[in-house]
Design a protein around this ligand. Structure first.
Ligand code: NAG
Length: 306
């Protein structure tokens, strides 16, 4: 009797104590055994801890935060900004002593801030994006270690993906560069050696498409390239880019693609696709290193496969 109850509990929440592998396109559970609900999000690392913020599909796109020290076991830190809903693709920044979230609400970027990393995020202001203040923005975030600068990435009407510096007071500064001439959204940037790589998706609503990578040797552009990061037919393994995470380990630096595998409405059936990337800064190429089950030692940066 007792054994059957335990088995039933395990069947209901097979990863109740965290996962052993990062397995894309499956439901992920937090350390309480609840489905992880943080879509369109991003991750920052502070010390040994990774903080993942994303939009809740269950609760009207309010920002949710989770923390982990291994990218496998995620603890739910709860809703971060009670009362803030319809807040899409939140990303974390820390341009000054305070903690900031930037996400899209009502076709504008809205910034929220808190004096703590976890909790207490309150509306700061509607963000106007220099120079043209175009509406509708997917938000992405990039921290450039070489200049100690945060950059907000937006994709807007008029098919403009642009990169703006976040000033020390949290306000949005000048446009550093832009990617125009194509229908792109969902931007993310990472830097390897002296090359900046910009990953974007096409604009096909909730349906996946072949995401592309552009590159530049300066954050000020121009952006070149535009090759697929996965085989065309695989449509980025059924996902859309949301963020790029760099793990600087003691043995190697590993670059991780974070994508969303949306259901037909970007709703609670949406899952995640996270994969290490093969990066060549001489050839200027980036491809997703697809493996069904993989994990990373965040201390050494070394990736292993099941
Ligand atoms: C960075 O540059 C070094 C030296 O050229 C090279 O060995 C290494 O592969 C490069 N890293 C990437 C990610 O391309």
């Amino acid at each position: 009797m007792r054994a059957s109850i335990i088995l039933a509990a395990l069947a209901a929440a097979p990863y109740a104590w965290g996962a052993s592998w990062i397995t894309s396109n499956t439901v992920w559970y937090d350390t309480d055994g609840q489905v992880i609900d943080a879509h369109g999000g991003g991750i920052v690392q502070r010390g040994d801890t990774f903080y993942w913020v994303g939009q809740s599909a269950k609760n009207s796109q309010t920002p949710m935060m989770y923390s982990s020290t291994d990218l496998l076991n995620w603890k739910n830190l709860g809703a971060q900004a009670p009362g803030v809903t319809g807040y899409w693709r939140p990303k974390i920044a820390k341009p000054n002593g305070e903690f900031w979230l930037f996400g899209q609400q009502d076709r504008y970027v809205l910034s929220l801030k808190s004096s703590n990393q976890v909790g207490g995020y309150k509306q700061s202001k509607k963000v106007h994006i220099p120079p043209s203040d175009y509406s509708y923005s997917d938000t992405g975030m990039f921290f450039d270690e070489s200049s100690n600068t945060w950059y907000l990435l937006t994709s807007a009407d008029h098919n403009t993906v642009q990169i703006n510096k976040i000033n020390a007071d949290g306000a949005l500064g000048d446009r550093a560069s832009a990617l125009t001439g194509g229908a792109y959204e969902a931007p993310g940037i990472f830097k390897a050696n002296d090359t900046y790589f910009l990953i974007v998706s096409g604009k096909t609503g909730w349906r996946a498409n072949p995401n592309k990578v552009f590159w530049s040797t300066s954050i000020n552009g121009p952006w070149k390239g535009g090759s697929n990061i996965a085989p065309e037919a695989d449509k980025t393994y059924g996902s859309q880019n949301t963020h790029e995470l760099t793990i600087k380990g003691s043995r190697q630096t590993t670059y991780i693609y974070m994508g969303d595998a949306w259901d037909s409405k970007g709703s609670t059936g949406s899952t995640y696709v996270w994969l290490p990337m093969k990066v060549d800064t001489n050839g200027k190429t980036v491809t997703l290193d697809y493996h069904k089950d993989w994990k990373i030692d965040v201390k050494t940066g070394v990736v292993t496969y099941k």
